[in-house]
Design a protein around this ligand. Sequence first.
Ligand code: SF4
Length: 329
Amino acid sequence: MLQQTQVATVVPYYHRFLKEFPTIEALANADSHRLMKSWEGLGYYARARHMQHAARTILTELNGKFPETRDALMKLKGFGAYTSASVASLAFGEDCAAVDGNVLRVFARIYAVSDDIREQATKDKIDTLATLELPKGRAGEFNEAVMELGATVCTPKRPKCAHCPVSESCDAFQKNLISEIPFKSKRAALKHHTIAVGVVRKGDLILIALRPKDGLLGNLWEFPGGKQKPGETLAACCRREVKEETGLDVKVLEQFAVVKHTYTHFKITLHAFHCSWVSGEARPTASQEIRWVRLRDLEQYAFPKANKLVIEALLHPAPKEQDLFSQHL
Ligand code: SF4
């Protein structure tokens, strides 16, 4: 849960999650909608899917025994180098370095590594340096200490070098290179997509679709919609996307919300329209399943953040179009 997410955000989710799925069996056997609902709002939903996949692997292939070494952990879905090393060192005392963003920064400065910190070769170099520094039998404590140093003292901006316990052996400090290290190359600007979605009504029911199992926002529900094509009006985009994704012909009514949202690799501006059903039988042409549900029942389904904001606007309509913002969820 803590990957890319702040501790304060995670804490309530963590407690609720453990209460709901207290064992590997409970997680492995959890209904996917319940799992997604418990993760709703945390973002990066692949983490939840991977965790369940890992739980199932442990049950079916490892006789229910949780792996205790970094190499064995790395074979589980969702366990990369950092997570595997963290669990192996902190929970099982294996001598391995857990290198997260904080640790990368601390070691880059201590050894004055001026290479681009985004490059895998630089990360590998720092992993080797951190491994060389590990005190035998105390890797867990060491990893925690370096992470803590990075989070509290050796911060990205204005590190507190005057209070740092390792300043004497820190090359960047000794050579006055702190403002230059770590060096991070600039990322290309994020691509932007304009999206139109339709809240299609038939009587007092609203149409929602379950996204495909894998990929971005997999297993979450959403309102049908998609990317605007060049030269297309938003209303035309909405009508076309609803037709493509559900087979329905709809009348596009007024726009009632605009949501701006940033994902890791792109950002979107999502325009939400009221639509009324004209003809056709709804079928899941681009999703796993579609359902007609009551407005008040929408809260039982797990939606991505941008769609949650659309629901907010539906539940609490403003006198005019709502402009809503969200970040990285
Ligand atoms: S001396 Fe400064 S730059 Fe070096 S590790 Fe400590 S806080 Fe970081």
